[in-house]
Design a protein around this ligand. Structure first.
Ligand SMILES: [Zn+2]
Length: 186
């Protein structure tokens, strides 16, 4: 029996739920259609509009991958090898062996956890830098604006200490770090 090979990015296996692409491609369509000049009929632009949707879907998924690669690279820096990256339908995660990186001490955890939102901000910064080049191009300009908005917002949401977020892991690690460095009062 042939075992399906997972694609590898930067030496790490990536499990992709391809439905996330379709979600990323379809959700921006109303916004992209609204960005067309007022005197243009949406149906006349349909092939280009769908193309812009697919492009947005791919670039949004790439942003998710970029975030997880931030965790992976930071982990490598502190000597921890991630097992794989999972890009799910509505979630994405880097899989580490066992309880890592939380088991490796608060400083390590902080570095690995914060690298994800930082990578997301770096991805947004790439599109902020690209914006002057594409701002006036129909559909491409709005796709660029969407990528900036979504990734700045995602980085902010990631840092909120609610649910199983990077923010919560970072806050827990920061607490542990403060407690371990605090000296007892005399
Ligand atoms: Zn993350």
């Amino acid at each position: 029996m042939r075992i399906k090979q997972r694609p590898r990015v930067a030496g790490i296996p990536v499990d992709i739920d391809w439905r996330s692409f379709s979600l990323g491609a379809v959700l921006p369509l109303p916004y992209l259609a609204q960005s067309l000049p007022a005197d243009e009929r949406v149906l006349d632009w349909l092939p280009v509009l769908l193309g812009a949707g697919v492009l947005a879907g791919i670039l949004l998924a790439l942003g998710g991958l970029f975030h997880e690669l931030g965790h992976v690279d930071a982990a490598r820096l502190v000597g921890l090898a991630a097992e794989s990256i999972r890009l799910g339908f509505a979630s994405r995660v880097t899989v580490f062996p066992g309880e890592a990186p939380q088991s490796l001490g608060p400083r390590t955890t902080l570095i690995v956890v914060l690298a994800g939102p930082l990578a997301t901000l770096a991805y947004a910064a790439v599109w902020i830098a690209m914006r002057p080049l594409v701002a006036d191009v129909p559909l491409l300009g709005p796709v660029c604006d969407l990528l900036i908005l979504v990734h700045v917002a995602l980085a902010a949401f990631n840092l909120l200490p609610v649910g199983p977020s990077d923010g919560r892991l970072a806050l827990t690690a920061a607490n542990r770090l403060l407690r371990s460095t605090a000296r007892p009062a005399h």
